[in-house]
Design a protein around this ligand. Structure first.
Ligand code: AMP
Length: 302
C-alpha cells in the first residue's frame, strides 16, 4: 500500500562521544522514508531542498524505490541545516543550531498522484505545514505524526491543532514531559491522549517504547546494543519502521500496532550504530526479521 511522507530533508552536523560529522545527509523525512522503504515499495516523499542538496541523495532515494516527485527544489535556495551535540549518556542532546532556510517559505503541494495515498506520515516540520499535508490527503487509512521540542516550545498552539488530527502521535520521553508538563510518563501518556490523537507512542531511547491505545497499553524494551555511535534519526527510523510495517500489512489492529512498535525499535537500532544514515545502507529484510525475532523473544516467558 502507498505511504506518503513529509518532513525535513537536511544537512546535519553532529557531535557525539564517538566523533563528529559535518553537513551529512539527514532530516526527518530522509530517515523515515529510508526506514519505511525496507517494508513497502510505494513510498512517496514530500519536502523542500535548495540547489545545494546533492544528487547522490536523490540517487539513494531512487535506489530504495522512494518516489521523489514531491520534493520541491528551490533554485539558489539553501537546504535546512541542523546541528546537535550529544551528552555522554547519549540520551540527552543539545540542539546547537536550526537553520530553516528553504522551509521558511515552504507551502507543501501534493502531486496529484499522492493525494490518494493509503497511509500518511507527517515527520518533524513546522506543525501548520504538517496540517497542510494532512488536509490535502484524501481518506487515508491512518495518519501518524512526530514532532520535536523545537516546535513544542516555539509553536505549541499550532502543534495542538495538528495532533488532534493524528491517528497516532510519536513523541519521545523528554518531549512528552515537556508537552504534558508532568514527570511521570504514564500520566504524560494519558494527558497527551486527551489532547486528541487516537493513539500514542512514547519513545524512550535505549529504554524502549510504550504504546497507548485508549485503555490498552503495550511496552517493549529496546534492542540491547553495546555501542551507540549516533542517535540522530533514531526517532524518525522508529516512525519509518512502524508505519512501513503498517503500510505493508494494511492492518491497524492493536495487535499489529504492537508488532509495528517492535519493527520501529528494530529500525532505530540499526540507525544508532552509525553516523548519519549509514546504518540504513546495507539492510535487507532478513537482517530486519532477525532483530525483530530477537526483540520479540527478549521479554517472552512461557
Ligand atoms: P531525531 O533524532 O529522530 O529526533 O531526528 C533528527 C533529525 O531531525 C535530524 O536529521 C534533523 O535534521 C531533523 N531536525 C532537527 N530539528 C528539526 C526541526 N526543528 N524541524 C525539522 N527537522 C528537524
Amino acid at each position: 500500500m502507498s505511504l506518503l511522507i513529509v518532513g525535513s530533508l537536511a544537512f546535519d552536523s553532529v557531535e557525539t562521544p564517538f566523533g563528529k560529522i559535518e553537513n551529512a545527509l539527514g532530516g526527518a523525512a530522509t530517515y523515515i522514508s529510508l526506514a519505511a522503504s525496507f517494508f513497502t515499495p510505494n513510498v512517496r516523499l514530500v519536502g523542500v531542498v535548495g540547489s545545494d542538496f546533492p544528487q547522490s541523495a536523490f540517487e539513494l532515494f531512487k535506489k530504495n524505490k522512494i518516489d521523489t516527485e514531491g520534493i520541491e527544489i528551490i533554485e539558489g535556495g539553501k537546504t535546512f541545516r541542523w546541528s546537535g551535540r550529544y551528552h555522554k549518556n547519549m540520551n540527552d542532546r543539545d540542539s546547537l543550531s536550526t537553520e530553516l532556510n528553504v522551509f521558511e517559505k515552504f507551502s507543501p503541494k501534493l502531486p496529484q498522484n499522492y493525494i490518494n495515498s493509503d497511509f500518511v506520515c507527517v515527520g518533524n516540520i513546522e506543525p501548520s505545514l504538517q496540517r497542510l499535508v494532512i488536509e490535502q490527503a484524501k481518506n487515508p487509512k491512518m495518519i501518524v505524526g512526530d514532532t520535536m521540542n523545537f516546535w513544542i516550545t516555539g509553536r505549541k498552539e499550532e502543534l495542538l491543532k495538528t495532533i488532534k488530527k493524528l491517528d497516532l502521535f510519536f513523541i519521545n520521553d523528554t518531549e512528552a514531559q515537556l508537552l504534558a508538563d508532568d514527570d511521570n510518563l504514564i500520566r504524560c501518556g494519558k494527558k497527551i491522549l486527551q489532547l486528541g490523537p487516537k493513539n500514542l507512542v512514547i519513545k524512550k531511547g535505549e529504554h524502549g517504547a510504550m504504546l497507548f491505545c485508549g485503555d490498552q497499553f503495550f511496552s517493549t524494551v529496546a534492542l540491547p546494543l553495546e555501542k551507540i555511535v549516533d542517535p540522530t534519526g533514531a526517532g524518525d527510523c522508529f516512525a519509518g519502521g512502524f508505519i512501513g510495517h503498517i503500510a505493508k500489512t494494511g492492518d491497524t489492529s492493536f495487535e499489529n500496532l504492537k508488532r509495528a512498535v517492535l519493527y520501529g525499535s528494530v529500525m532505530a537500532s540499526f540507525c544508532v550504530e552509525h553516523f548519519s544514515i549509514d546504518g540504513l545502507l546495507d539492510l535487507d529484510s532478513e537482517k530486519i526479521e532477525e532483530r525483530f525475532n530477537k526483540l520479540k523473544n527478549i521479554s517472552q516467558v512461557n
